[in-house]
Design a binder for this molecule. Structure first.
Ligand SMILES: Nc1nc2c(ncn2[C@@H]2O[C@H](COP(=O)(O)OP(=O)(O)OP(=O)(O)O)[C@@H](O)[C@H]2O)c(=O)[nH]1
Ligand SMILES: [Mg+2]
Length: 333
């Protein structure tokens, strides 16, 4: 060790030895290099410091890249539309087939398991509402990408997809429910609270059975419904016959607990293709606020047309009037 190292350098070196954070370690190494007197006696030490710096830089670069990829590609699907429904389940259950049937997303549909390798979102339209469906890689004892649990945690509705052509569907169903619970998500209606995972997030759930057209599907559907109990909808679909898909999307929308309200201006018809979505139980004031804060503040009354009261021609209602799905409103400020 050269004798003529300045005290600042010695201090930095001590700090470097204690430091565990790699970003901070890199900064300290760079400051040490700057403090070193530049002469022949310190050549070797300078070389050592430079090589440590470049090693640490490349380590940090790799960590940054893998972290970013994990976050962007497999861990998180940005939400779009009225709500996000994530489809998950055992291999070959028919997840990709459903997403392929009701959205324009490019999905991998094959007769062999583990075809889907990453999550793929697609947009479905039910009546005048856009619902986002997310296809995911399968959950199986052989292999499960843990990223799936974060995706399920973030969704609005969890959709467990099984094949009604599969003799082992009850075992597979149970395996998926347990794995998801271990992944800290409790599928409502399928899993009871468990002290092993006290922080598990509760998620509204639908079970979909594909292959309704296959031999023995009705018997397996009955068994699946008996095993699942009455607190979770179990819906059969057939992709080849295009059956059950509308009912699945309707149930999915129902689970979002939203209602659709339309607005019109005096003397004009409402645009029934463009609903305002607000939480069920909302009132006239809530709908006004969703359009513009100022309309809500200056609102005197609204005229309302309701499906259930078609005989009434737009009676006046105040801001606290509770709305129902399909109501048409005309705001007066
Ligand atoms: N007859 C029939 N076959 C279906 C139906 N739904 C899916 N399939 C078939 O089941 C197989 C698996 O479908 P996928 O949609 O790829 O299943 P997956 O759950 O996405 O599978 P992985 O991505 O491998 O986990 C394919 O051969 C589909 O054609 C259906 O309603 N009826
Ligand atoms: Mg798939």
């Amino acid at each position: 060790m050269p004798a003529n190292l300045p005290p600042q350098y010695i201090k930095l070196e001590e700090e470097f030895r204690r430091e565990r954070d790699n970003h901070r370690r890199l900064e300290l190494l760079q400051r040490m290099l700057a403090e070193i007197p530049k002469h022949k006696g310190t050549d070797h030490l300078q070389g050592e410091l430079k090589s440590k710096i470049s090693k640490l830089k490349s380590q940090l670069e790799t960590a940054k890249k893998t972290g970013a990829i994990r976050h962007a590609a497999s861990d998180h699907v940005p939400k779009e539309g009225a709500g996000q429904l994530v489809l998950f389940g055992p291999p070959n259950g028919g997840k990709s087939s459903i997403v392929g049937a009701v959205t324009n997303a490019h999905v991998e549909i094959t007769g062999w398991p583990f075809a889907t390798r990453k999550s793929v979102p697609g947009m479905a339209t039910w009546e005048n509402v856009r619902l986002q469906l997310v296809d995911t890689p399968s959950i199986a004892p052989e292999f499960t990408d843990p990223a799936i649990f974060n995706i399920i945690r973030a969704c609005d509705v969890a959709v467990l997809v099984l094949s009604l052509g599969d003799d082992d569907l009850l075992d597979r169903c149970q395996h998926v429910v347990e794995r998801v619970h271990e992944g800290k998500v409790r599928l409502l209606g399928l899993a009871e609270p468990d002290p092993r995972w006290p922080t598990a997030l509760e998620k509204r759930t639908i079970v979909v059975g594909t292959g309704w057209d296959l031999d023995g599907a009705d018997i397996r559907l009955t068994l699946l419904r008996a095993a699942a109990g009455e607190d979770v909808p179990v819906l059969p679909v057939s992709i080849s016959r295009q059956e059950g898909l509308e009912s699945f999307l309707r149930t999915g929308f129902g689970m979002l607990d939203l209602m659709r309200v339309y607005t019109k201006s005096p003397g004009h018809e409402p645009d029934l293709d463009d609903p305002i979505l607000l939480p069920s139980g909302g009132n006239v004031g809530d709908a006004a606020r969703l359009i513009h804060k100022e309309i809500a503040e200056r609102l005197q009354y609204a005229r309302i047309w309701s499906k259930g009261k078609a005989h009434l021609d737009g009676p006046r209602v105040p801001a606290d009037h509770q709305l129902t799905d399909g109501d048409i409103l005309e705001f007066h400020v």
